[in-house]
Design a protein around this ligand. Structure first.
Ligand SMILES: Nc1nc2c(ncn2[C@@H]2O[C@H](COP(=O)(O)OP(=O)(O)O)[C@@H](O)[C@H]2O)c(=O)[nH]1
Ligand SMILES: [Mg+2]
Length: 244
């Protein structure tokens, strides 16, 4: 069995972290599945909350404390570099608010473990019959417009670049996470751009898999502000120029 770890970036999540869901998962006895919370210079009581979780499950839970707030992209990157040094075989990340339920991230990890040809497995919020994707119309439409442009810029038929649940095989870490990202909220697009640049377009279609999530529920308290939405087109151009 391979050792797996999922990184959970946390910035001021004290009031929002669904701690009981995390405990329920940790109590379910899946010992080879680890969690690493990255406390990104939180100014609330996140640090002590994460320490409490770690003390309850020292074997399965790690906490990486960053002194200053560096943003989600860098926090996730630091987590990946640490997980790589700690010799994990499969390394992923997910959002602290559990918009993607732990059961779903587990499925994503299982797919990776069972399919040696895959290097990246990512959750995809495809609103389809039989799934439960709950998102405000506004964010759904903006999300679809964004993903269409991201797909054009990447020149890759990807449906949902922004879902906060992605899992990588260990061997990908050096190529994808070695350098800092040039954007903070669009680093998911950069991940794919880096992978495509390294392995070529054709390989992307056979080694990256978008798993259509059964459940995704938008959780309030998002740290994305209107100004971030306005910055998106400029950031996409920045990505295009850097990776083209
Ligand atoms: N490390 C870090 N994580 C952040 C920051 N802002 C948000 N996050 C994390 O990114 C994830 C998604 O954040 P959220 O506010 O729910 O964004 P949304 O769901 O994409 O609208 C959560 O795990 C947050 O704790 C930040 O400044 N630094
Ligand atoms: Mg969220």
């Amino acid at each position: 069995m391979q050792d797996k770890i999922v990184i959970v970036p946390c910035f001021n999540e004290f009031d929002r972290l669904p701690i009981n869901d995390f405990y329920a998962f940790l109590e379910s006895g899946q010992k080879s599945f680890n969690l690493m919370f990255v406390n990104d210079g939180s100014t609330d009581k996140t640090k002590s909350l994460l320490e409490e979780i770690r003390l309850k499950f020292p074997e399965q839970v790690g906490v990486l404390n960053l002194e200053n707030n560096v943003g989600k992209a860098e926090a996730v990157r630091q987590g990946f570099l640490k997980a790589f040094d700690d010799n994990f075989d499969i390394i992923g990340f997910m959002d602290a608010d559990l918009s993607v339920p732990i059961e779903e991230i587990k499925k994503i990890v299982d797919i990776m473990e069972q399919t040696p040809s895959l290097n990246i497995v990512m959750g995809s919020r495809i609103k389809r019959l039989g799934s439960h994707i709950e998102r405000s119309e506004f964010r759904h439409i903006l999300g679809r417009i964004f993903s269409t442009f991201a797909s054009l810029i990447l020149k890759l038929g990807v449906y949902d670049t922004q879902c906060g649940a992605k899992v990588f095989r260990r061997e990908m870490v050096a190529d994808i996470f070695k350098d800092s990202f040039i954007t903070s909220w669009l680093f998911d697009v950069e991940l794919l751009a880096r992978y495509k640049r390294k392995f070529g377009e054709k390989h992307c279609y056979s080694s990256v898999y978008e798993y259509p999530l059964g459940t995704w529920v938008e959780v309030g308290g998002s740290k994305l502000r209107l100004k971030h939405y306005f910055m998106v087109p400029f950031q996409l151009v920045k990505i295009w120029r850097k990776y083209h």
